[in-house]
Design a protein around this ligand. Structure first.
Ligand code: NAD
Ligand code: WQD
Length: 335
């Protein structure tokens, strides 16, 4: 069974990917410093999978720890999720973001090169496209100047991996540009765990429905969209997790020194109001919301062209927005 090192594997997307990896015959080895997650995720994964996953608590920038893991396990590939992701915080503490997001990638790449571990799947983001002129965005859509230090770390990380591959280091990389991950494992045992007040839409919706937040504010209803609210491509985390498994399998068939990038979205855009309406309809609960001011710097509309990942990786999303809203609520109720 191929062992895959998952950095940030106790986090939202990493934990769901761990489930999909096991179910596809891989053995995940998780390293996470629990800076944005909790150790009980490992118990939850055990409940879902019926077995305990190997877990190292620590920083994936710690090269000695990585070497220890490699001496204890034959690592066939790495999925690098570990990063800080709070866009607002990154504008206040940019160095924290550059240090962790870029520093951890550099250590991982050095480690892979030294240990001759070839395959890397990297968590990138649609944030690299900024507000594109033409929609939907393809992988050829030019990247724009980043709107935040967080977004810039994703661009810089992509550039670092391109340069390393060009240097003939023997590494094969796929960078997955996620659109907006939502939903949770259908069991309700794992999901997104926002610490403090959520910055993202769906956790705010579920917390408002649960009475934890008094009111959700829709950031603007006067944009040039079907109902005036912003448009995003909301992708179920189980489908997103599956894309990592497909990416790993595809990497295994490539020659050395390979780099490619794929959008991971549904290919559909939904407005904020559509998300709220769908949530209310599917779950039979009301969300207390008001229309508020536009959020400064918000992207008005973005969604993915997914032709490339559909055809090259044979990846197709199987969960609908309704499924996402049902699973997000199911997870919130279990919290
Ligand atoms: P998350 O915070 O739930 O998971 C990240 C995990 O990494 C956490 O468990 C955290 O404790 C851990 N971590 C952070 N720095 C670490 C380090 N140096 N060493 C070890 N562990 C560390 O976030 P997520 O939503 O699962 O995001 C995973 C990846 O996907 C991130 O790289 C993020 O930037 C990227 N991404 C997320 C979104 C999104 O909206 N959730 C969208 C696009 C891209
Ligand atoms: C979605 C929509 C808001 C909260 C972030 C990151 C980006 C990427 C994806 C990681 C927008 C609206 C939100 C609220 C609202 N992440 N909204 N009221 O803006 O797409 O981007 O996640 O790489 O880098 O910036 O996601 O969830 O914040 O917002 O009306 O209380 O919901 O205006 O239209 P976004 P989001």
């Amino acid at each position: 069974m191929k062992k895959i090192l998952i950095t940030g594997g106790a986090g939202y997307i990493g934990s769901h990917t761990a489930v999909q990896l096991v179910q596809s015959g891989f053995e995940p080895i998780i390293i996470d410093d629990l800076s944005n997650s909790e150790e009980k995720v490992l118990d939850r994964l055990e409940e879902i999978l019926g077995k305990r996953l190997t877990f190292y608590k620590g920083d994936c920038s710690d090269r000695a720890l990585l070497d220890q893991i490699a001496s204890e396990h034959e690592i066939a590939g790495v999925i690098h999720f570990a990063a800080f992701k709070a866009v607002g915080e990154s504008t206040i503490q940019p160095l924290k973001y550059y240090q962790n997001n870029i520093g951890s990638l550099l250590t991982i790449l050095e480690f892979m090169k030294a240990r001759q571990i070839k395959d890397l799947v990297f968590s990138s983001s649609c944030t690299v496209y900024g507000q594109p002129d033409v929609l939907p965005v393809t992988e050829q859509t030019p990247r724009q100047e980043a709107e935040s230090p967080y977004g810039n770390t994703k661009k810089i990380c992509e550039d670092i991996m391109v340069d390393l591959v060009k240097s003939k280091a023997g590494i094969r990389v796929i960078s997955l540009r996620y659109f907006n991950p939502v939903g949770a494992h259908p069991s309700g045992k794992i999901g997104e765990l926002p610490i403090g007040t959520p910055a993202n839409l769906v956790p705010f919706v579920t917390q408002t429905a649960a009475g934890i937040r008094e009111k959700l504010t829709v950031f603007g209803d006067d944009y040039d969209t079907v109902d005036g609210s912003c448009v995003r491509d909301y992708i179920h985390v189980m489908d997103l997790a599956d894309a990592h498994v497909k990416a790993l399998a595809y990497l295994g068939e490539q020659k050395d020194d390979f780099y490619d990038v794929f959008n991971v979205g549904t290919g559909n855009g939904n407005t904020v109001l559509e998300v709220i309406n769908t949530f209310e309809k599917v779950n039979g609960v009301k969300v207390n919301f008001q229309i508020g001011e536009r959020r400064p710097g918000d992207i008005v509309k973005i969604w993915a062209n997914t032709s490339k990942i559909n055809s090259v990786l044979d990846w197709h999303p199987s969960y609908s927005l309704e499924d996402s809203m049902r699973d997000s609520w199911n997870w919130q109720k279990n919290l």
